[in-house]
Structures are given as C-alpha cells and as structure tokens.
Design a protein around this ligand. Structure first.
Ligand SMILES: *Cc1c(COP(=O)(O)O)cnc(C)c1O
Length: 243
C-alpha cells in the first residue's frame, strides 16, 4: 500500500529542487495529479495531502468521481476528447489540456456557450509524429490557436505535449525544448500575448520538463503508484496511448 501523502510530499520536494536548480520559483509550477483508474478514496487522500488539481482521461470515469468529491478542487481533462463528449466535458472541467482539432474546439465552444461557461484550453502538440499519439503538428498548432482565439467561450492558455516513453528522461528533453520554443514563437509572433502554460512532464521525466519551462506537470504513478496493467503498444500500462 503506497502512502499517497508521502508520495505527494516527495514529488513536491522534487519539483522545488528542480525549479530552484534552474532559478525558477517553485510556485510557477502547478502539480496536476493524473488520476485515471484511481478511486474516490485515493483521490480524497490526495486532496488531504494538498493536491488541488486532478487530470482525468475519460469523461465517464471522471464524471462519477467529480460528482462524488464534494471538495473544491479543479479538474483538467488530459485524455483524448471525442467531440460527442464535449457537452459533458464543458460541465465537468475547468480546463481541457488536449484540444487537438478545429472541429473539437468549435464543438467545445458551442457546448460551453450553451451552459454559459468559459473553458480554458491547451493545444496538444504531437512533436514525435508517432501515430499512436494524439495532437496537432507544430504548424497545425498555429492555425488551431488562431481559431480558438476567435471562439468566445474558449480561453487559449498554452500548449501540452507527451513525448514518446523513454526509460531515460534525458531523451524527453529535446521534446520539451521544442514545446518551449513553439510557445515562444506563439508569443513572439503575437498569436497570443502570453504568458503561456506549458503542460509537459510525467512521473518519469517531470524534473527535466521543469528545467525546460513546464508550468503544469501531470504526475500519476509517482503519486498513486502503478496502475492496473493491460498490454498496450507503447508500453504504457493502461490504455494510456488513448487509441
Ligand atoms: C496517465 C497520464 C499521465 C501521468 O503518467 P504517469 O507516468 O503515471 O505519471 C500524464 N499525462 C497524461 C496525458 C496521462 O494520460
């Protein structure tokens, strides 16, 4: 039985160290607990340990948990969102980190308008070109951001990426650098005034991501322990590749 409290403390300490090591303020980095497959009791334990943002991958699963958790925490959607789930997503999530098409952005906007909400969004960028990963190309991201900027009920906040899985987190570094550069370009070219959120880094590579400018890190395993495993092509334990 893992101690969620100890894990959260350890992750927070690691975030602090990584930030200070590169001269960043630790409070520039927000910890998102990736809670797919994690039950309500363990989510409550994480809240007790000070977690305030949870990232969920599946709308149905998230809905049950969000309804059961009465505490005022924030929920981010971090999985692949199908347009036909947008109507639920706008009611449940403060932010959708994984907007990856103009069609999805438009549907989210339409649904957000109906419930009179503004939804913060990140654009998910697929930097590796892996077909198992969702996300737009770097070029595609620019036109997607421009479209989001026109949509009244969406608020563009930044970029998200998920590199291929590497045992050695150093191999993720070039992807994080590229996301940072893309963010800089978005601001330099006045596509958005910034500052932008950069959501990058997971349990095995969040230290490197923080060194390269992450403002949101999505950490699951290092907080909740290993998820129940099923075999998937990219080596992630749980349908993580979101096909
Ligand atoms: C599951 C998940 C995470 C967390 O992964 P860990 O390796 O368990 O920290 C982060 N981001 C996304 C999009 C995920 O689906």
């Amino acid at each position: 039985m893992v101690s969620i409290r100890e894990n959260v403390l350890r992750v927070r300490e690691a975030i602090q160290k990584a930030a200070q090591g590169v001269g960043r303020k630790p409070d520039e980095i927000r910890l998102v607990a990736a809670s797919k497959t994690v039950d309500v009791d363990r989510i409550r334990a994480a809240i007790e340990a000070g977690i305030t943002i949870f990232g969920e991958n599946y709308v149905q699963e998230a809905r049950k948990k969000i309804e059961a958790i009465e505490k005022p925490v924030l929920w981010h959607f971090i999985g692949h969102l199908q347009s036909n789930k947008a109507k639920y997503a706008v009611k449940l999530f403060e932010m959708v980190q994984s907007v990856d098409s103009i069609g999805l952005a438009e549907e989210l906007n339409r649904r957000a308008e109906r419930v009179d909400r503004k939804i913060k969004v990140l654009v998910e960028v697929n930097l590796s070109g892996e077909s198992s990963k969702w996300g737009v190309t770097e070029e595609g991201s620019v036109s997607l951001i421009c479209r989001i900027n026109e949509l009244e009920n969406l608020r563009f906040r930044g970029l998200m990426t998920m590199p291929p899985y590497f045992d050695d987190p150093e191999e993720s570094r070039p992807y994080f650098v590229r996301l940072w550069k893309l963010g800089k370009r978005v601001v330099d070219e006045k596509i958005h005034p910034g500052p932008l959120e950069l959501s990058m880094g997971m349990s095995n590579d969040f230290l490197v991501a923080i060194q390269e400018g992450a403002t949101l890190v999505r950490v699951g395993t290092a907080i909740f322990g290993a998820r129940p495993s099923t075999d998937t092509a990219d080596g992630y334990p749980d349908g993580f590749e979101r096909s």
